[in-house]
Design a protein around this ligand. Sequence first.
Ligand SMILES: [Zn+2]
Length: 93
Amino acid sequence: MDYSSLFGVGVVVDILTGYVVDFEIMCKVCRFCSNAANQLGKESAEFNIWYEGHRNECDINHTGSSGSMELKASEVLWKPFHFVGVQIYYCFI
Ligand SMILES: [Zn+2]
């Protein structure tokens, strides 16, 4: 992964079948937020009011560095598989 990436994808692959069993897309940008910030001003009260209505559907789910996307994706993907009997192997590309 390029460490200036705005997007990242983490996947869980079953090593026996090769099938992708889960994935997480990490995103640092949202086109709706960008458009609203350009039109209303990022620091304006109007933008904050607009954002409160948009927050639940915003594409941004990562605000840290691009390099930390791997860790965040693994945290999200780890939880459902974190029970006895499942072995987890990580490989980030
Ligand atoms: Zn947004």
